[in-house]
Ligand binder design. Sequence first.
Ligand SMILES: Cc1cc2nc3c(=O)[nH]c(=O)nc-3n(C[C@H](O)[C@H](O)[C@H](O)COP(=O)(O)O)c2cc1C
Length: 212
Amino acid sequence: MSNLRALKKRLPLLLLFLSASLPLVSCGSMTGASSSGEAPSSSSSLPRDSSVGEKRAVLYFSCTSNTQGIADKIAANLGCFELRILPKDPYTAADLNYSDSGCRANREQNDPSARPAIENEIDISSYSTVFLGYPIWWGTLPKIIYTLCDTYDFAGRTIIPFCTSGSSGIEASVSALKTLEPEATVLSGRRFASSSTQADVDAWIKTLVLAK
Ligand SMILES: Cc1cc2nc3c(=O)[nH]c(=O)nc-3n(C[C@H](O)[C@H](O)[C@H](O)COP(=O)(O)O)c2cc1C
């Protein structure tokens, strides 16, 4: 009887311990694995580096809100910090009219040295995993992502790219990110349509979490 009483007394503690150990999708740990800092067993798993903490954030650039819609859904799933990359000089509709070869976006994409300025401070220091979103421009990263990578250090962090586009895939932009951030772990990421649903996003995140 006294054993039963002792067990009852410890039950809340035991439950607390068990819930902390389960592989839940929470902002604290993407994989839910132990905090041993073990190396990932496959390239699709989410690597962990205890030296840079275990927190996740969603960081995105979006001009016409398609990528923002996906960013919001990722942040809603994970319940984590979300931050928009704001251009110092906002893009007008004319700037984005890419059927006009001389529009601002096209000029930037064609200029290897273009680094459009970012308006806001972006502090990634406490995030070990960053979901990084952007629209595909001419098959790859908008130049403002180059500015981001030039300005902030992603070394030792995991970048999980996501994008929206009319139809182009994410692959070329992921290769560009790997070149820009050779000391980060850049996962293969995912392209979404602007019409992608919360369920689509949830299903993708589940594959990331389950891959070990
Ligand atoms: C300058 C520019 C270039 C683009 N290039 C492509 C492209 O190469 N392939 C594609 O599928 N969509 C392209 N698009 C369409 C955008 O990727 C698409 O509309 C995206 O969802 C916009 O995201 P946002 O609303 O978050 O800005 C381009 C759009 C712009 C403004």
